[in-house]
Write a protein that binds this ligand. Structure first.
Ligand code: FES
Length: 124
């Protein structure tokens, strides 16, 4: 949806993984600029965001109080949490406005053959 309202996919998370660890989550054309969608991947929720035609993916869990961010608002690259209004940059997961202190987990993203593919990042 172009208005940034949330969309969820209740798929099972049983998705094929290619040789370099990427998993196709959604057709790129199905997610308009400014839209985001929560998708299941390996028993967790990933929030895929289209920021002016570039795709990013973050954990769909606020680092402050563990609520789904898919119910929040995406404006440009800034994702606002629906509960207390904390803000994150979906490009790197960094906190842009409190109360959250910890960044969101992020995922490697690529578009291949018209599909948005996501691979979990190793975090230290
Ligand atoms: S739960 Fe997200 S800012 Fe508090």
């Amino acid at each position: 949806m172009a208005d940034g309202s949330p969309e969820r996919d209740g798929a099972s998370g049983e998705r094929p993984i290619d040789g370099d660890g990427y998993v196709a989550l959604i057709e790129a054309a199905a997610l308009a600029p400014g839209a985001m969608r929560s998708l299941e991947l390996a028993a967790s929720r990933v929030l895929v965001c289209n920021v002016a035609g570039r795709f990013f993916a973050v954990e769909d869990r606020c680092s402050h109080a563990n609520v789904a961010l898919a119910d929040g608002r995406l404006r440009g690259c800034i994702l606002e949490c629906p509960l207390h209004g904390g803000k994150f940059d979906v490009r790197d997961g960094s906190v842009k406005s409190p109360p959250p202190l910890r960044p969101l987990g992020t995922f490697d993203v690529r578009v291949r053959e018209g599909r948005v593919e996501v691979r979990p990042l190793a975090r230290g």
